[in-house]
Design a protein around this ligand. Structure first.
Ligand SMILES: C[S@@+](CC[C@H](N)C(=O)[O-])C[C@H]1O[C@@H](n2cnc3c(N)ncnc32)[C@H](O)[C@@H]1O
Length: 177
């Protein structure tokens, strides 16, 4: 039994490392201030809302609770955080939340009215090209920490957290910066 537990821990650790290397970012969650700022910046939206790289579900579950009438779709590639989201959803289901273990760069994003993410420089570059081709006119992207280079945000703010996190709101199609 102990061996089984140890094997599971090693497997989970290896999986986390593998997907961190594959996607370019660990499943580090947004902090409390970042989450609050994203929810505030979201304003009102009928949805659908796409969380791109949902990690453990910090933003996805908060968005589903904040917008009970909007469909929220959470994309996550890494098995361990995805399994944790599945567990959270099983323990306290949100009817409006759909979990997808998928690479969002291979998913159609044109239906989303609001897109939310916390990624890294390379991830933002890849997302930028994709959204320039397929984002719904009038939809919005809210992100923190990493801006989309070459786009002018509709709004931005600096949070009073340890990292002085920058939060960016873009209206799509974007204005060139
Ligand atoms: C820094 S975490 C952010 C988690 C969550 N959004 C939050 O703010 O708490 C980034 C997550 O994006 C996921 N990710 C990165 N690129 C992805 C892709 N192309 N498709 C799906 N998930 C991706 C990573 O696995 C990681 O869990």
């Amino acid at each position: 039994m102990e061996w089984l537990a140890l094997a599971l821990v090693v497997l989970a650790g290896a999986s986390l490392v593998y997907f961190t290397l594959r996607t370019g970012i660990s499943p580090m969650p947004s902090n409390r201030l970042q989450r609050a700022a994203i929810l505030a910046a979201a304003g009102e939206t009928p949805g659908p809302i796409y969380e791109l790289g949902a990690g453990w579900g910090t933003l996805a579950f908060a968005l589903a609770d904040r917008f009970p009438h909007a469909q929220v779709i959470a994309f996550e590639l890494s098995w361990v955080p995805f399994a944790v989201m599945r567990l959270r959803q099983a323990l306290r289901p949100r009817k409006n939340l759909t979990l997808r273990r998928l690479d969002f760069l291979r998913a159609p994003l044109g239906q989303a009215q609001l897109l939310v993410c916390y990624l890294f420089r390379g991830g933002m570059e890849a997302l930028k090209s994709k959204l320039e081709q397929e984002a719904a006119p009038g939809s919005r992207l809210i992100t923190h920490t990493f801006a989309v280079h070459g786009w002018t945000p509709q709004a931005e703010q600096t949070l009073a957290d340890l990292y002085r996190t920058r939060v960016y709101v873009y209206r799509l199609p974007p204005s060139p910066g």
